[in-house]
Design a protein around this ligand. Structure first.
Ligand code: FES
Length: 174
């Protein structure tokens, strides 16, 4: 991919339509370290997301119920690494297959399970940690390409929120 595409990729914005009658709102936000939930975000019971603009290997952050949700369009390599990880190497044992509905799309809450920081790894320029997923700089937790904790003080994998696929490229979270 060319360098010229980087700014665009880092700031992908999607129109997100709420089901609660609040109306459409742009919810794509680059999260850096922490965030305070706004009243609008807290009001959203569910959020629909069009996945089409997210290129393979890149991620999008949306807000659902005041929390960041990480959506990663996993590459074949990322999928393979997640699927081939030995169960005995995991801290919080979960197969990749129970964490995704479609191998290409990993959807997890962007909240570190240690003390709640927002991990790095969403932007192409971010550190993704030792396991290619996310890195929480607060106290050094490393998550893999399935959002599973692999190293550091966090005790649990990144949580998978409730969601459904409405079509091949559209999901509803919540
Ligand atoms: S909050 Fe993430 S490692 Fe402590």
């Amino acid at each position: 991919m060319s360098e010229n595409n980087k700014p665009r990729r880092d700031f992908i914005k999607l129109a997100s339509m709420t089901l609660g009658g609040v109306g459409a709102a742009s919810l794509a936000i680059p999260f850096i370290s922490s965030m305070q939930p706004g009243k609008d975000a807290l009001a959203l019971a569910s959020t629909e997301i069009d996945l089409t603009p997210i290129p393979e290997g890149e991620s999008l952050t949306v807000v659902w119920r005041g929390k960041p949700v990480f959506i990663r369009h996993r590459s074949q390599e990322e999928i393979q690494i997640a699927q081939e990880t030995k169960i005995e190497d995991l801290i919080d044992i979960e197969e990749d297959s129970v964490r995704v509905q479609n191998d290409k799309w990993l959807i997890v809450l962007g909240v570190c399970t240690h003390l709640g920081c927002v991990p790095l790894g969403q932007k192409t320029t971010d550190s993704k940690g030792d396991y290619g997923g996310w890195f929480c700089p607060c106290h050094g937790s490393h998550y893999d390409t399935s959002g599973r904790i692999r190293k550091g003080p966090a005790p649990k994998n990144l949580e998978v929120p409730p969601y459904v696929f409405l079509s091949e490229n559209r999901i509803k979270i919540g």
